[in-house]
Design a protein around this ligand. Sequence first.
Ligand code: NAD
Length: 282
Amino acid sequence: MGRVIETKHTHDVLKSDLVRKVKSAPPCVLASVAIGDQFSSGVYLASQERLAREIGIEYRRIVLGKDTSLSALREALDALNRDEKVTGICVHKPFPPGWKEEEVFAALDPRKDVEGMTPWNLGKLFSGEPVFLSPTVRSVLKVLSLVSPDLYGKKVTLIGFSTLIGKPLALLLGRRMATVTITHIATHERGDLPRFLQNAEIVISAAGVPELVKADWIRPEAVVIDVGTGRKDGKLCGDVEFERIQAKASAVTPVPGGVGKLTPLFLLDNAVTAARRTKQEK
Ligand code: NAD
């Protein structure tokens, strides 16, 4: 039986560090923007807000109507950019069909972009000097440091190639000398996922498709990191067949209780960094 990588202990340690950090930081106000009152983002925002309060960060939840236009959202973001009290902004996906996420994130002031999604922050990441790294990516890197700290030459297969998760991971893991294979929806549609997973020593899945990754596709003793947060029978669940993969892999993260438990902490940590940088610039 493989190890289940629970992150509760790591979460508690990071949380106490963050409480200490906030005490010596300038006032930190995080604006969190979502479009439409969707169940999944609603639950996510509520838990972020609770955690922010516990840690001592002011959290402003802004939910715009589901019929909001892209230009209205950009105007709302611009107002937050100009609001001197607001030190960090995050904008939650999913967006209405047809929107290009690049057009949303380009409207953010890079100094307040705590998810690292603006062209400026992506450029810094690409050039090897990230300022704000996606909180989800920070969570995955933290989990990897617990189970597989040495990545030199390791065969890593990523499922998902989004700007928030897959792309930065491909870059960062490659920079740490892992041999990275990128897969996505087209790989799946061609029936090639099993082939690209069977040799992987580490699988990181961020597709958002419940039980996409089958135990039969996984190499024995692989490390499997599940970033996906889908819903099955009304319950939160990841991308992998958890029990069957646990029996075969050396380690696997649960959903909930794995990567996603750390992500809000890294978001708030980025928010503190943003507040500090704003203060230094004044
Ligand atoms: P996204 O929609 O921007 O990207 C999804 C990626 O998965 C795309 O590259 C797509 O090609 C790929 N994909 C979709 N279906 C696939 C399939 N059947 N086979 C292979 N690849 C497939 O989403 P995102 O923002 O990158 O989020 C991905 C998942 O991670 C979602 O479930 C999201 O809720 C979750 N998420 C988790 C955390 C966390 O902390 N655990 C944080 C953010 C997002």
